[in-house]
Ligand binder design. Structure first.
Ligand code: ZN
Length: 294
């Protein structure tokens, strides 16, 4: 296992971690400046942040700072209610792929979607099995576009508490089953893999064996870290800073690295507590915790 204690060369910042500090959006280009000033070598930006900064301006800033991406957030949300919304989803995911290519991301992260309409508070039905089939269909279609562009897709299984509204793929086993079905193991590197986020998978009794399974197929494309607070007071915006909760992060990282992953540990914290701090202070805390508890 790599030693993170003396430097932070394998730290990446998911830019949602510092997206709106003290009530104001922190512009992506300013975040990149602040990361560069601290020797942070990688980020994972969100599409809305890139759109606000401008795609070309973002690509230029990344290049001039020498910052690379650990992933691009995000594609997915595949579930639909009619032919028009299915087409809109496919078009939007293609745009996400093109942006990921422009930014030279190592993968496009997929949050696959839940029951159609649920995220907006109006679920169209109660049939989660059909939602899961739509997800498989959506990934299969996007995979053709991804192969053309040589841009790997990383399915991120989300904690089951998000099954209704954000992602009906909820375990690493489920994600890997999809990978094997849609992108069967072949000689070359797979185009479909997984993003392993500590927050979503830490509780899974099958975690060890599924990480090993992912590694054997070279499907681990990203590692996201934060912590699970006890108690957690909001389902979406109360993620913990590494070391403040109950996830055994070194154990998880050890397993993921034993499975062959040698990329960045990407800090992804959606937290009203941390959004209330100065952004630079949050980045400094991420660096310190990355060295001490990841
Ligand atoms: Zn994540």
């Amino acid at each position: 296992m790599r030693d993170f204690s003396t430097d932070h060369r394998w730290l990446s910042i998911n830019t949602a971690t510092v997206r709106r500090q003290r009530g104001a959006d922190w512009p992506l280009l300013d975040i990149l400046d602040a990361c560069a000033a601290r020797g942070i070598r990688a980020v994972s930006p969100w599409r809305d942040q890139v759109a606000a900064a401008g795609l070309d301006a973002t690509a230029h800033a990344l290049k001039s700072h020498g910052i690379e991406l650990s992933g691009y957030c995000r594609g997915g949300m595949f579930t639909y209610t009619d032919a028009a919304s299915r087409q809109a989803v496919r078009d939007d995911n293609r745009r996400a792929l093109d942006e990921a290519c422009t930014l030279q991301a190592p993968c496009l992260v997929l949050v696959v979607g839940g029951l159609p309409g649920a995220l907006a508070g109006q679920p169209a039905h109660r049939d989660i099995a059909s939602a899961r089939e739509q997800v498989a269909e959506g990934i299969a279609a996007l995979l053709d576009d991804a192969r053309e562009r040589r841009m790997p897709l990383a399915i991120e299984p989300l904690h089951p508490m998000y099954a209704a509204d954000r992602a009906c793929v909820n375990t690493l086993r489920q994600a890997l089953d999809l990978c094997e079905r849609l992108d069967p193991p072949m000689a070359g590197p797979p185009c479909l893999g997984v993003a392993i986020d500590a927050y979503h998978v830490w509780w899974d009794p099958e975690l060890d064996s599924q990480i090993a399974r992912a590694g054997a197929q070279r499907r681990v494309l990203a590692l996201h870290v934060c912590d699970w607070l006890v108690p957690t007071i909001d389902l979406l915006t109360d993620r913990g800073m590494m070391g403040d909760g109950i996830i055994d992060l070194p154990r998880l990282r050890g397993q993921v690295e034993a499975a062959g992953f040698a990329g960045y540990a990407e800090v992804e914290i959606f937290s009203t507590r941390w959004w209330a701090h100065d952004g630079g202070e949050v980045l400094d805390t991420c660096i310190a915790r990355h060295r001490s508890v990841v």
